[in-house]
Design a protein. Structure first.
Length: 224
């Protein structure tokens, strides 16, 4: 996971020189080690000692930078949401055409499922467990972010550029269709007889999801 510019690291007070660079590097190193462990074993099944060993750092360093495993897990979740919502904010804007915006966002989400599958699995596990770390965030900050994206889509519908659709449920559908290539990669691989999903699988997935969404919603003159 690219943790350098997202989540917790964005909140670290700027420190000049070597000390600041070392701090950011250590935090990134710890989070990069934590992600695959949380994805494989879950929050309760992962120990701080395991994360430290995978990061090749003393356990004391992990506690120094994060304090508790809870704070580390929340930092991982924050980074995941920054990646996903950053892609949405980049693509779903009033200045873009609906076709460009939706196809770009779908392809970006498929790429994240390909490149960051552990992130998607961690998020799915958090929700399946009742969102103990994210419940408040989902009902406040995420709700506001989704409302902003939905307003852009509703504007396209009102302008006659898209067929009528509930914007929020459209986003739910896009999330489900794209994240399945990470969360259910074992099922996809078994059905396709592929031990590991290759580039072509993700390309075909992106093409299929784009066809479903764009052919179903974009008006003939929607990009004019």
């Amino acid at each position: 996971m690219d943790v350098v510019a997202t989540g917790l690291l964005a909140e670290i007070p700027a420190e000049k020189g070597r000390v600041g660079r070392l701090r950011q590097a250590r935090v990134a190193q710890i989070l990069a080690a934590a992600v695959p462990l949380f994805a494989e074993k879950g929050f309760s099944g992962t120990s701080t000692a395991e994360i430290a060993a995978r990061a090749a750092l003393p356990k004391a360093n992990v506690h120094y930078y994060f304090g508790t495993k809870d704070k580390m897990f929340r930092a991982v979740l924050d980074n995941i949401l920054d990646l996903w919502l950053g892609a949405a904010d980049h693509w779903i804007t009033p200045e873009r055409t609906p076709r460009d915006a939706l196809s770009g966002y779908i392809r970006a989400k498929i790429a994240l499922s390909r490149d960051e599958p552990d992130s998607s699995r961690i998020y799915a596990s958090e929700l399946l467990n009742g969102a103990p770390f994210l419940r408040d965030y989902l009902a406040t900050a995420l709700r506001r972010r989704v409302a902003g994206l939905a307003a852009v889509i509703a504007g396209w519908v009102a302008a006659g550029r898209m067929r009528p659709v509930d914007p929020v449920h459209l986003l739910f559908c896009i999330w489900a269709m794209t994240q399945t290539y990470a969360d259910f990669s074992v099922q996809i691989g078994a059905v396709l007889d592929k031990p590991a999903l290759d580039k072509r699988v993700f390309e075909t997935g992106a093409e299929t999801v784009c066809a479903l969404v764009l052919n179903g919603l974009i008006m003939e003159d929607g990009d004019q």
